[in-house]
Design a binder for this molecule. Sequence first.
Ligand code: AMP
Length: 208
Amino acid sequence: MLGPPGAGKGTQATLIAENLKIPQISSGDLFRDHQDRDTELGRVARSYMKDGVLVPDKVTITMVMDWIEQNTGVGGFLLDGFPRTIGQAKALDQALANSGGIDLAIYVNVPETELIHRLSGRLVCSKCKTQYHTIFAPPSEPCICDKCMTELNQRDDDKPEAIKKRFQVYQEETAPLIGYYQVLGRLREVNGVGSIEKIGERLLRALD
Ligand code: AMP
């Protein structure tokens, strides 16, 4: 799943993975999990993530490749937020060379004005990680998770300065992957504006 910050990759990846009965791996979630467990990798990642810049390729590739190695033989998987640089895409191609590489890269396209609305209102439960939105999906009680009654927080990288930086990083480092997968004939583009259900239908059609 390829797309700018706030395109809904995580939400849609979860739905697709359930539909196809394959595991989903999110590099952002792996980093946040390391931070919650206060591992060395988590501490390294935090210093980059809070500013909205990418964690260096070496660290990211090692973490994701470890996950892939531990999950071979599961009949496929869905990557959300990885690769995000040409270097990561090449490392992935190399790791999957024996099984023919990735099947598809799905690019979720959303205009920047819509992305800013989505990111600046996003709230996340600090315990169960359920996501809300102040306007599009508000919790029943302000800033309290409906599921586990824990306080909701804004991600550090959803604050205005970090959002600006993440868009810039996306344009410079990740957007070139669209051309990379196009040349390989593996790219499908999906319109990422609309209801979660509608976008999900489009994605499943693209995967067909
Ligand atoms: P996400 O949850 O996908 O929005 O990612 C949050 C942050 O985690 C990003 O802004 C980066 O700092 C870091 N991150 C996630 N995936 C990657 C990746 N593939 N390469 C480098 N940094 C990443």
